[in-house]
Design a protein around this ligand. Structure first.
Ligand code: ADP
Length: 498
């Protein structure tokens, strides 16, 4: 059996840039084409790894392996599945620092965020161990005496998990745990930006934990080459669900294809997340919530705040405190444990952010702080007087950009917050918690948090979007997303059929 990696060359810093294979049917192998592609460290811009560039042939092979593994995996008793998840949690714990270093190198996330994610993954695996018992059914009434009428849950088959780069390890793990716990097998197509942490390391941990061959497979691909792998998913009868976490544009396209091919889809998409600061809020706390919610992970989490809507009566002091908190954020090298805001993922992300800032300032917006960059590290940027029509005022930008706007009252704040069709998450900061709760209840989002950040994310909780932010939920409820309800009856004796 091939090993996980083969030859290695050396980066400027002396760290090895290993060549990483794809993972199919329990084996590590090069891509059928023999090609690899380089993955760059967003901060140093050195090659972090060379990764097998998978294609259609590899995807077909991975789907076949997952299909063959499906029935035995589905039939494995929950106690056996539970043990495997628990062992995987032990592997994740043992490899915490090594994986955290990989996350920093591959995605540019801060040291603190990397460790936090690994602790979260470990906790999630402990939860998932119990989810193996989660698929449950009902005993129904029947009008036919002696009949047992039941509704049971059955896994779907092969789930294709298409994972993003921006959620580090949390989202890739989330994308496999519920499908596996429900009894499905999985093919992961990781993001081309982070194939190691968004796929290959998940497979390594599951392999080490003893998951049977074929239960999880990973097919990375070079930039611009997702298409043939997606084609394999949609054209396979064995693939029953497209489990997507990513942008609204890609999600829309995949959901359309899933509709045409009658595959279930689970869509966790982006949003345009508002923070409402009510007039009785603790101004300093609200400003701190705004700064961290907007700029953590350099604004590249789908849960980051994009727009702060602040009661006019406290707007001036709020902005003053926001600028102080923002300017105090440690920015720069993600390997420095103090850093909170590191590099954007790539040049394209930086160019998009700078272009959107320019568009806003050309239309009359003012930059109160930030706007500059060093390498891919963009300063946390606060924008005011932003006209509604410009892109940063209405669309998610994966960058540390925050639009701040004064509002007259709660009604105006709600109207602006609910105007975009997105609905991923939102937050309200209020002095009176009950008033905050009432306002929160009127926000159209899949999660709403009072007096804390939109980044609030507990892995057993039902996180997910409404409206254009998608459907499907994380946590134990998500087991329902990855299983079918089947009505199963047993007659007591002979009965007239009609
Ligand atoms: P981002 O622009 O933030 O990377 P995307 O939605 O493009 O967000 O990426 C999320 C995931 O979707 C990644 O795994 C990416 O490779 C995948 N993806 C992008 N385009 C396609 C496509 N045409 N078919 C299938 N997957 C795709």
């Amino acid at each position: 059996m091939a090993t996980r990696t083969s030859s290695s060359d050396t980066t400027q810093s002396g760290a090895p840039a290993a060549t990483r294979h794809l993972f199919i049917d329990g084996s590590w192998s090069p891509a059928a084409s023999g090609r690899t592609f380089p993955v760059l460290d967003p901060y140093t811009r050195e090659t972090y790894a060379h990764v097998a560039a998978g294609g259609r042939e590899d995807a077909d092979r991975a789907i076949a392996a997952a299909a063959a593994a499906f029935e035995p995996w589905a039939a494995l008793p929950p106690a056996a599945k539970q043990k495997l998840f628990q062992r995987a949690a032990e592997v994740v714990e043992r490899r915490r620092d090594e994986t955290a270093a990989a996350l920093i190198a591959e995605t540019g996330c801060s040291d603190g965020f990397a460790g936090h994610m690994q602790d979260g993954v470990q906790m999630n695996l402990h939860h998932a161990a119990a989810w193996a018992y989660e698929p449950r059914g009902e005993v129904l009434q029947s009008n036919y005496p002696g009949t047992y009428s039941t509704a049971i849950r059955r896994p779907l088959g092969v789930v294709a998990s298409i994972t993003p780069w921006n959620g580090g390890s949390i989202l890739p793990w989330r994308s496999v745990l519920s499908p596996l716990a429900a009894g499905n097998t999985v093919v992961i197509k990781p993001s081309e930006e982070s194939p190691v942490t968004a796929g290959l390391l998940v497979a390594e941990a599951l392999e080490e934990a003893g998951f049977p061959p074929g239960v999880v497979n990973v097919v990375p691909h070079a930039p611009g080459e997702a298409g043939p792998i997606a084609d394999a998913f949609f054209e396979s009868d064995a693939v029953r669900c497209i489990n997507f976490i990513g942008s609204v544009a890609t999600g829309r396209m995949l959901a359309e294809r899933a509709g045409r091919t009658l595959k279930r889809s689970v869509m966790e998409l982006g949003g345009f997340n508002p923070l409402l600061v009510l007039d009785d809020a603790d101004v300093d706390y609200a400003a701190l919530v705004a700064a961290l919610s907007a700029f953590f992970h350099q604004g590249q989490i789908c849960l980051n705040v994009r727009k702060a809507l602040v009661a006019r009566s406290i707007y001036e002091p709020f902005v003053e405190r926001l600028l102080e908190h923002t300017r105090g954020l440690p920015v720069g090298d993600p390997r420095d444990p103090k850093t909170l805001v590191g590099p954007l993922i790539n040049e394209r992300a930086l160019e998009t952010a700078l272009e959107r800032i320019r568009e806003a300032t050309d239309a009359g917006a003012r930059i109160l702080t930030g706007g500059g960059h060093e390498g891919l590290v963009l300063e946390p940027t606060v924008l005011v007087d932003v006209p509604d029509h410009v892109t940063v005022a209405r669309e998610e930008t994966f960058a540390p950009l925050l639009v701040v706007r004064a509002v007259e009252d709660d009604e105006e704040a709600l109207a602006i917050a609910n105007a975009p069709l997105y609905g991923l998450t939102a937050a309200v900061v209020a002095g009176d918690r009950y008033r905050g709760f009432e306002v929160a209840g009127r926000l159209r989002a899949g999660s709403v948090h009072v007096n804390t950040s939109t980044l609030n994310d507990e892995l057993h909780a039902p996180v997910g979007g409404v409206r254009d932010s998608g459907w499907g939920r994380s946590g134990p409820q998500s087991v329902d997303d990855f299983s079918d309800v089947v009505w199963l009856t047993v007659e007591g004796g002979r009965r007239p059929i009609w």
